[in-house]
Design a protein around this ligand. Structure first.
Ligand SMILES: [Zn+2]
Length: 234
């Protein structure tokens, strides 16, 4: 598999811009719980996951950690830089181990300045991220834990690759921001209905994706959650 095909943003870039970035990308293996960015601290790299999942979180004044977004092979960690910021607005942690492409801030900034088409493309990605955040904010206020868990199971599986091992219930709770007392009964019900098939307490496989989509809230919609970004018209 070509490196450009393993992350949806890299593979969707126009060829000229993709070729400009490729020499600067390195593959790294990210381990679960590794902190990639700290809120308020300088950003060192832009990350393009290929088989890992990153959780972006903010810490409330009371100390509670609240997840706000997930990034997998559909996206990139580094939208702050696209918008001109040098420091991270949230803390980013590896939620699911796996491979990732990364580029230094310096190399990314250089290519960002050189290629107007890259800037336009990434601005569109920022718009996509904003739409995600808006949708999740409304979802958290309006929809039940049951339907939200189903949505998050779909979002997580969309953002991983077939080679990833099953993910854990703990990862779902971390990424979705749903505490174990609320999460456990929902997972038990989904298992009893054959929608998911836990192999053990540490791994969840989706057994019936159509049923999961039916059980999820309407916030999971391929039209509202474009997994593959539309190719830009330059
Ligand atoms: Zn919802």
């Amino acid at each position: 598999m070509r490196i450009s095909e393993t992350n949806e943003i890299i593979s969707a870039l126009p060829q000229r811009e993709r070729n400009a970035l490729l020499p600067h990308l390195e593959t790294v293996s990210l381990r679960e719980s590794t902190v990639l960015n700290l809120a308020g601290e300088r950003i060192d790299h832009v990350y393009f996951p290929t088989a890992s999942l990153i959780s972006s979180m903010i810490q409330m004044q009371c100390g509670t950690i609240v997840p706000i977004a997930i990034t997998g092979r559909e996206g990139m960690l580094g939208v702050d830089l696209v918008l001109g910021a040098k420091k991270a607005t949230s803390t980013a942690t590896v939620a699911i181990s796996g491979d990732c492409l990364r580029i230094t801030v310096e190399a990314f900034g250089d290519q960002f300045e050189r290629h107007p088409a890259l800037r336009v493309f990434l601005f569109r990605y920022v718009s996509y991220i904003r739409a995600q955040l808006e949708r999740t904010s409304a979802c958290n206020l309006m929809h039940s834990p049951e339907t939200r868990v189903c949505r998050w199971l779909l979002l997580i599986s969309d953002r991983l690759c077939p080679q990833n091992p099953p993910f854990s219930a703990a990862a779902v709770g971390l990424l979705a921001g749903i505490a174990e007392p609320e999460l456990a009964p929902v997972l038990q019900r989904l298992e009893s209905e054959g929608i998911i098939s836990p192999e053990n307490s540490e791994s969840i496989r989706i057994g019936d994706r159509d049923a999961l989509r039916t059980a999820a809230c309407g916030c999971y919609d391929r039209r509202a959650e474009p997994f593959v970004l539309p190719r830009a018209q330059w």
